[in-house]
Ligand binder design. Structure first.
Ligand SMILES: Nc1ncnc2c1ncn2[C@@H]1O[C@H](COP(=O)(O)OP(=O)(O)OP(=O)(O)O)[C@@H](O)[C@H]1O
Ligand SMILES: [Mg+2]
Length: 263
């Protein structure tokens, strides 16, 4: 279910309450901070800290992250943690609820080729690591991760790294870092290729139908605050194509099909 405003802090407080930076997330390539609003821990990515990219316009990655959350809500799957735009000490940016992962779980993994589990996992590819050892990229074969893969197809996610799948206690998986989404050209770059060509199941088709209905019923208008008309048109088109094909797609175009680094 989509997470609504929390009982400890209402949405208005999260929007206007003092945002205090606790520290910088060092592994991140953009200026990405752990912060808090009252007792609620959040990620804060100021637009001023967005690194320019050759293939996405400047200064709107934060907007794409909010649009991704709106799509996640319309699918009804809670793929993306609550995300919104607001002001902060380094200017306007995206804010997202921090999620405490289960350090014992991995949804995506790189393992020696002879250690690929027989069941419950899907192989993406195998190859050799920096030390020439045979390794395999694998991900779990679960309904919750399949939903994320469907979400990535409709949002045209160009950056589904292993580190952008948060393994939560209890088995839920959250996706994060959705700044590179909604491009009008095919740019799906993901580590979640394990179901390539497989039919979508009824749950996945029902989610897609919910998203399509929501788009016709106000979501497309709401998205104009975050995306261009052309990008919204292509989102509608990708939904239509995926619903018609009713299968996980194959890589398209000339771009690498997996992000780099993989994690
Ligand atoms: N909402 C969240 N809850 C918990 N952890 C998060 C959340 N958002 C991000 N993280 C963690 O912080 C890391 C960096 O965040 P993110 O990937 O969004 O930043 P980035 O600047 O785009 O990084 P990069 O360009 O290196 O991918 C993530 O890989 C993840 O481990
Ligand atoms: Mg990242």
């Amino acid at each position: 279910m989509a997470a609504g405003p929390d009982s400890d802090l209402e949405q208005g407080d999260l929007q206007r309450g003092d945002l205090e930076i606790l520290g910088r997330i060092r592994t991140a390539s953009n200026a990405t901070f752990l912060a808090r609003i009252g007792e609620v821990e959040v990620v804060y990515k100021p637009i001023s800290g967005e690194k320019p990219l050759w293939d996405f316009p400047d200064g709107d990655l934060a907007h794409r992250e909010v649009a991704a959350r709106l799509v996640s809500e319309a699918l009804g799957w809670d793929v993306v943690p609550e995300t919104w735009l607001r002001d902060g000490p380094l200017g306007a940016g995206m804010v997202q609820r921090w999620q405490d992962v289960d350090p014992e779980q991995e949804a995506v993994d790189l393992v020696p080729v002879d250690a690929v589990p027989d069941a419950g996992w899907r192989l993406v590819f195998d190859g050799h690591d920096d030390h020439d050892r045979p390794v395999a990229l694998i991900h779990e074969d679960t309904p919750v991760l399949r939903r994320m893969a469907v979400f990535d197809v409709v949002t045209n996610n160009a950056d589904r790294k292993g580190g952008h799948v948060l393994a939560m206690p209890g088995g839920h998986r959250y996706g994060v870092d959705h700044g590179l989404t909604f491009h009008v050209e095919p740019k799906l770059r993901t580590v979640l290729w394990g179901w390539l060509g497989d039919p979508l199941d009824d749950d996945e088709l029902a989610g897609l139908a919910r998203l399509q209905a929501a788009l016709s019923d106000g979501l497309a208008d709401e998205l104009t605050g975050y995306l261009t008309d052309e990008e919204i048109g292509m989102l509608v088109e990708r939904c239509k194509r995926l619903a018609a094909a009713a299968r996980f797609p194959s890589p398209q175009g000339q771009m690498p099909a997996v992000p780099w680094p993989l994690f």
